[in-house]
Every structure is written in structure tokens, then in C-alpha cells.
Design a protein around this ligand. Sequence first.
Ligand code: N2P
Length: 347
Amino acid sequence: MICRRKFLTAVVATWGSAVAGCHVTARSDRVLRIFNWSDYIAPHLVERFAKLHDCHIVYDSYASDAELETRLATGGGGYDLVFPSDRALVPLLAKELLQPLNKSLLPAARHLDPQFLGVPADPGNRYSLPYFWGTLAIGVRVDRVEPRPDSFAVLFDSRYRGRITVLDDLEATIGAALLHLGYSLNSVDPQHLAEAAQLLRAQRPLLQAYTSDSYKERLIAGEAWVALGWSGDLLQASQEEERIDVVVPRGGTMLWVDSMAIPRAARRPDLAHAFIDFLLDPQIACDNALAVQYATPNAAARRLLPPEVQADPRVYPPQEVLSRSQWLAYRGPQIVRLEAVWRQVRA
Ligand code: N2P
């Protein structure tokens, strides 16, 4: 397994070589532009694909669905391959920013577990295929936080004043507050949101930061003791620092699945299809899952994982936790209600 520091160094090295090394040999028109969540691929796979397909890869990353949506809507980046969440697929499809996939170029899609196909946003998977899934979870420094928490309550515990971080992401952080209050993750009820706003305002003095991209480092350094984050990123941190554990709230949490999709404006949909099919190969998907620590929707890849990973409830929560959890929904125009809450909280 790859440790966090090696992982980061490898990412930088791979980007360097993908950009410099392959550029020398690859034909100049063979450029694949990828826009993905940060720390969300095994770096050596990017390099391997570039060599295999004699191409140059430009690899950029983002920390929220909102960033992806804005970039695609403004035509920035010229990306060939993106990784929207199930919730983000809705606006991207409504704005016709994605192109249909050519399934004949994706034979390895047969390895996907049907359970993860047909998300409501893209029922026939015409535009997207699942990449990884996971939960909204809490990273905890077990040397500082006792007993081991099992719910979102720890995010609001004044004993950890100044040591807590939450995601700089309105749906995730308001969602955690709604769940803590016993409401639906996807509620748009004004009363529920008013209570969530009150709770999150009261939480502010306890927070070290609203951050979606520095919580791992803060946990590893011991600066933060409690961090709301994405399951795999937190597990990457725990792999590097054994005093970090990952808590998936027993009462249920947010579930999400991120997909691979090709922007309508892609210049190299051929390379993008080849990259998707490459990532769907069972051994490659297994190696990738081990590096990023997220749950794979690839049934064949899951069977190749070491038994202890397949059985790790922090990666694959048990059925009773899943059944109490909810998929994040797209709230459509009602999102303005959450935006109003977020403005009050962040003001
Ligand atoms: C990867 C984060 C992806 C999780 N770093 C949110 N969809």
C-alpha cells in the first residue's frame, strides 16, 4: 500500500513526467486533458496510460463539485475527462455539458456492479459510468479524542474547540448538521434549515477551518483532532498516521458515487474512452482502489482486493449503516435555501 507522503510525491513526479516525459515522444495532437478530484487516482496509472497510448496527459484537480461545474460551464480547461458526483451530473446534463458514451469502446464496463448503475441522474448510464463511491465521514485523532466517537456530535463538542475542521462545501457541512439534528440529509424544509443554520453558527467558534483540501495534512500534523471529510481521503491520512481513525456515523451518513464522464467539448473523446476502459480493468481498478482508499463499484476489482480491505467497514460500511444513510440529492432551484444558510454561517 502507498503511504500518504509517498502518494503525494508520486503524484507530483508523475505529473512532471506525464507532462514532460511523454511530451517528448507523444505526437503533439495526442493530449488527454483530465480534471479530477484531488488525490483520487494512483499516480502510476496516469503514467502507465500515457506510455501505453503514446500520449501526453494534462492532469488538473479540484476540491468540489461546484468547481467542476463552473469550469465546464465557462468552457475552461478544454477537458476530455471529468469525474462528477451523482449530484453534479444533474446540472451538467441539464446544461448539455456532457456527451453520450460510446459503449462499444468500453468493454470493461461489464465488470461494474449493477447496483451502482442507473443513478437517477443518468438512468441508462448514457453519459457516465461509476468510478468510486464513499461516505461523508469523520477523521479523528484517537490520541486526543476519547472515547472513539460514533456520530456527528463530535463536530459540535466544545471540548475540541479550535481543533475541528469541516468541509468548505455547503451540501456536505449543512448535510452533516441536518443529520445530526435527525433530519433528512436532503431536507429543504425552512424550519430544518433554520435549525441547521443556528447549529452551524454556534459551531463556528469551535472550528479551526472550513477546508476541503487541507484536512488530511492537519490531522496528520496533529493540528486538527476532528475533521469532517470524504472517507477515502481520511483513510489515506490514517494510513500515514496510525493515531488517526475514520468514523462512519452509525446513525447513517451521506453516500455518493462519482462517475467518469466526457465533456461535450472534449477534443480527444477517443483517448478519454480508452482511459475510462483502462480504469475499468479489474486489476487496474483494484490497484487504484488500494491507492485512494475509496470503495470500488467494480465487482471484479472488489473481489481482487485483500480480504481485510473488503471487510473494512470504514471503506464498505455494513448494511445497517448503509440502510440508515442517504444519497445526496440535487436540490434544484431549492439550493438557494442552502446558499442562504451558508452565507449566514460563513459571514
Ligand atoms: C476525492 C474526493 C472525492 C469525494 N479526493 C467526493 N465525491
